[in-house]
Structures are given as C-alpha cells and as structure tokens.
Ligand binder design. Structure first.
Ligand SMILES: [Ca+2]
Length: 585
C-alpha cells in the first residue's frame, strides 16, 4: 500500500557515542620528570628504597617495554593527544590539538592537572594552558625548573613562585590530596594528571629526606617521591576510591646521564650527582636509544588489571588517549591521525600482545624485537655520542637490550622494511581506518515517526553503507572526514519497494534507481542490482511482490549500488543521498 510521507529535515549523528557503563574508572596519572628506567627498586635499583612503588607494582602490572618520548615537551604533547610529537607539536602544542582531558570532560569526567605543563612554550598563553586544553582545575608550573625556580599558576592566574625545589614533590602531592578531598565532585568520575617537576634538575629534597638515601641527593629525591606517592595512594584508600581508580605511574623521558650536559650546566647543589639510572639501556634523555624512551610504567586497578604481573608487551604513552576512550566512554578524534592504539585488553590481562611497532621521533622504529635507527637519527645535543657513525643501525632488543651489536649489514631486508615503515609513520598523509572515517548526517523522521539509518561497515579496501528507512522517504549525506575513499564504495539499500534513489556527488546528480533487470538505463545511472540476502541476483523490480488473493509479500534482499571511483574522484568529500520507497504499510 502506498503511503505518502512528508519530509522533515533534521540532522543527527548516526555514529553513536560509546556510552560507558557503570564501571567507568577514575584515572590517576603520576608522571615524574627525567626519572630513569632503573631508578626504582622494583626495576632493579640497588640503592634507592622505593617500598610504596614496589607495592604498587605488586598490586598491579609492571611494564618493561613502555615508551614515553625522549624529552619533556614532546613527551607531554604525545601523552595528552595520542599523537607523536611530529604531529602534536611538543613544547609548542597548538590550541587545536585535542587532549583526552577535553574528551573525558565532555563524557562527564571532572579533570584536574597538577604540576608541570610544558606544552605552551613555558608561557601563559591562555588558549594553550590546561583550562583551555580540557582541565577543569590546574595548579602548577607551566615550564621546567632549569634555573632552580618555578612560577606557579592556578588555572589561568599567576600565583607566585618558588626557589624551594626540595618542596615541590610535597607541594604537588598536597595539591592533589586537596583536589581529591576538597575540590572533587563526588557525582562524577575524575581524571587527575599529576606531573611532578622532580627528578628534573635542579633537583633537591626536603630536609627530612636530604642525605638519607644511599643514592646521593638524586636517591633522596626518588625516596621522597616514593613516600609522597604512598601518602597520595593512602588518601585514595581513605576516600574509598582505590577500588575504582586506574593508577598509572610513569616518567616523561629517560635520565640525564651525559657528561656533556653536566659540565655545561651550572647551579646544581654542591657535590650532587643529579641523574638517574637507566639500568642496561643505552644513553639517556635526548637520545633515540632505549634509555631515552623506555621508562618504568606501573598500572594498578584492583580486580581488573592483573596483580603481580610483569608484561614485556610494547605499550606507550600515546596509547593513553584511545585506551581512555574505551574505559571512559568517549570517541577518539576522527579528523586527524591518532598514533595511539586502544590497549584496554592488554591492561585487563585479556591479551599479552601490545603494539606491533613504536616510532622514535625523527630517528627510527621498533617492530617486534627489531629496533632500527636512521643514519641521521635525531639526538638532542647533550645526548649525541661522539664517534657514532652515520649508518643504519639495527638491534635485536631481545638478545641485545643495550643496543651494542649493530646487525644492519647482516639483515638488509629488515633494514629496508623498517626504513620504509619509519617514513610511512612520518608521513603527513592522513589515512584513518574504520567507521569514524565517515560522518553520517540524516534527514530525520518521516510521517511514521521513525527515522532512517545509514550503517557503516568498512575495512582497509572497501566500505559499505547500509541504508534503511522505516518511513520510506528520506535522505542524508555521507562525509569523508579524512583520507581517501576506499577502493570499493558500496551502498546497500534495504528498502523493499525502491522507487527512486538519487546520489549527488560534487554537484552532479546520479540515479541509483532500479527499473528491473534489463530495463533501459537512463544517463547518469549507477550500476544497481537487486539481490537476495545471500547476494544472488533477483528477478522482477521490487522486493515486495503481490500475492494471489491480495496483499503482498516481502522478499529478503536489498538493492546494491556501487559508486565508481570515476564518480567520487579525488576531490569529492560528500555524497548526498535521497530515496523514495512507496511500498510501506
Ligand atoms: Ca623531562
């Protein structure tokens, strides 16, 4: 029976937001500065006593192939955005970058940042400060403490300065405790990003810790940090928050441990050795060798993240954003290349597989056990190794974690593959896979009060848009948000009595109407087939057919239209669709 339906125009996003269930965790990130891979007892340090972080490791998972970045600002822009520093900008992170804090806040989280920011060029540029980048609350220093002093901001307001470097671990811990106890909205989950200034030189410890450790002043700072972190974790217990809080502890980059830097730098406390330990790893901060990038990382979420577990899976700070997306219930941005991957399953112990590869900023790539460095791999000045030959370097990290035995000449095929991968990862060309590559806008609600739908199914090579509409008359548009149209673009139309179907691309109109097998096709008509549920061709013109004695019967099937690349071209970003189906009850 024919139904005439008026058309209402409204817009809705057909891609549903992931809605997090009741299990959405709070997130506490404890991020230290310049702390080495082997500064904690649980990562092999023999001098520093770190009972609270060792306990955290026993209560959670200790990662041994975790990568941040090799210096401060790039590490922070990568952690906040899920994007490598070549894309997220490092110290100069643009206001246009999207942080997980912005996304979590939109998804109902309360967000706070305490401590070192270091992605607004160390200046109070308001649209690049924490409040503008997603944090409801901020207290800390926008830059580093290289000259032994810091300037504080609370939100966007300057609130004084300090030369008491030994007081910073305690101060930032106090501010974090104050957030949890006094500023936290108990009606919302929270993300607290606590980015300590220590162990970044100029280091110092408070009088209660100075001179107490076996590791010199640096060890004193590590031990004070351990003690203060313990106090913060105790407050989570006290407030009954530990059970549903994902705690992540890691560091922004490896330790300063280069003579060149020490000799040039003035102003250290007398007699202090201010650097951390990298254990078996080569070089330190500023270098693309492992000690620059590979950092301790402990993750605890009681009952969710396995306790007493050590994982060598490759995991990285760029993965935080997609992982938080999954845990907190927001979508990753689809209009830009996100380098991170969702590591929820790894964290929850449902898989032991992590990343396949990790890119080192302007330097090379690790894939599996192989680490490749370009002949002109980027080193920050103090990390440059005199006498390093400018040749391809290839290391087997399983056999040679210290990167001493260059196997490049022995495996030219692997060198060539990883060189290619490095270039691909550096490419500015954006290719976003998956349904979020497309944005669907629909004209909503016909006379029946039900709305149409366009479902997206895609893989690397092809995409299929499935159109269905209970009201019978409708339309919408499909927007390519990034990258190129896949090789094969199919429309599957689940309208039983399709009477008219139009597609407008780049100002040109095409008909997708089906006039029956063998019927003459008008100009500008796209190849259309009527097929059964299994994809075999069907005869006749409609999926609805009359039955003897009146009434009608619906045959299972759909219309399929292939949109040729010649129609889409390289510039078309939008397909506008409209459809009419007169066979509706
Ligand atoms: Ca740093």
């Amino acid at each position: 029976m024919k139904v005439v339906i008026s058309l209402f125009i409204a817009v809705l996003f057909a891609i549903p937001l992931l809605v997090g269930g009741p299990q959405r965790p709070n997130i506490l990130i404890i991020f230290t500065d310049d702390q080495g891979y082997a500064d904690l007892a649980c990562y092999g340090n023999k001098k520093n006593k770190t009972p609270r972080l060792d306990q955290l490791a026993r209560e959670g998972t200790r990662f041994t192939s975790f990568y941040s970045q090799t210096v401060c600002g790039p590490s922070r822009s990568a952690l906040l955005t899920g994007r490598q520093p070549i894309r997220s900008g490092g110290w100069g992170m643009p206001a246009s970058e999207i942080t997980w804090a912005e996304l979590a806040r939109k998804a109902g989280y309360q967000t706070a940042c305490i401590g070192k920011w270091d992605v607004s060029n160390r200046k109070p540029i308001v649209d690049r400060m924490p409040n503008a980048q997603g944090f409801d609350y901020y207290f800390g220093a926008l830059g580093a403490n290289d000259n032994g002093s810091v300037q504080f901001h609370e939100n966007n307001k300057a609130v004084g300065n300090s030369r008491d470097m030994g007081g910073l671990v305690r101060l930032y811990t106090e501010k974090s405790i104050d957030f949890l106890k006094e500023k936290r909205d108990p009606g919302k989950p929270f993300v607290l990003y606590l980015a300590h200034t220590m162990m970044h030189t100029i280091i110092d410890a408070s009088p209660a810790f100075r001179g107490k450790s076996e590791g010199g002043l640096y060890g004193d700072v590590v031990e004070e940090f351990d003690h203060e972190t313990g106090r913060l974790l105790d407050v989570l217990d006290e407030l009954d928050l530990s059970g549903n809080t994902l705690v992540i502890y890691t560091s922004d980059n490896g330790p300063w441990n280069q003579d060149k830097y020490t000799k040039r730098k003035k102003g250290h406390p007398k007699g202090s050795i201010f650097w951390g330990e990298a254990g078996p790893l080569r070089n330190g901060k500023g270098s693309p060798y492992e000690a620059g990038y590979r950092l301790p990382c402990i993750v605890r979420w009681p009952g969710k993240v396995p306790a007493n577990r050590t994982s060598d899976a490759i995991f990285a700070s760029i993965d935080f954003l997609p992982t938080f997306a999954s845990l907190c219930g927001f979508e990753t941005p689809a209009d830009r290349r996100i380098d991170g991957i969702d590591q929820t399953e790894l964290l929850l112990g449902k898989t032991e597989r992590g990343r396949e590869s990790f890119y080192f900023n302007r330097a090379g790539v690790r894939k599996g056990k192989w680490k490749y460095l370009l002949p002109d791999a980027h080193f920050h000045g103090y990390a440059a190794e005199d006498g390093r030959k400018k040749v391809d370097e290839l290391y087997d990290l399983e056999a040679d974690i210290g990167e001493r035995n260059n196997l490049a000449e022995k495996h030219p095929d692997i060198v060539s593959e990883l060189k290619k991968l490095t270039k691909e990862l550096e490419s500015k060309k954006v290719t976003v896979e998956g349904p979020t590559q497309f944005r669907i806008l629909l004209k909503e609600k016909g006379a029946e009060g039900t709305s149409g739908r366009i479902k997206v199914n895609s893989d690397r090579e092809s995409v299929m848009f499935e159109v269905s509409d209970e009201s019978g008359i409708g339309g919408g548009s499909i927007h390519l948000r990034s990258g190129q149209w896949p090789k094969k673009v199919l429309l599957r139309i689940h309208l039983p009595g399709l009477e008219g179907f139009e597609i407008k691309v780049g100002g040109e109109e095409f008909s997708g109407a089906y006039h029956g097998d063998g019927a003459p096709r008008p100009d500008n008509c796209l190849p259309t087939r009527m097929v059964d549920a299994g994809g075999s061709p069907l005869s006749g013109r409609y999926l609805v057919e009359a039955v003897k004695g009146g009434g009608s019967r619906r045959r299972e099937g759909y219309y399929e239209v292939e949109v040729p690349q010649s129609v889409l071209g390289s510039k078309a970003r939008t397909m506008e669709l409209s459809w009419v189906d007169f066979y509706r009850r």
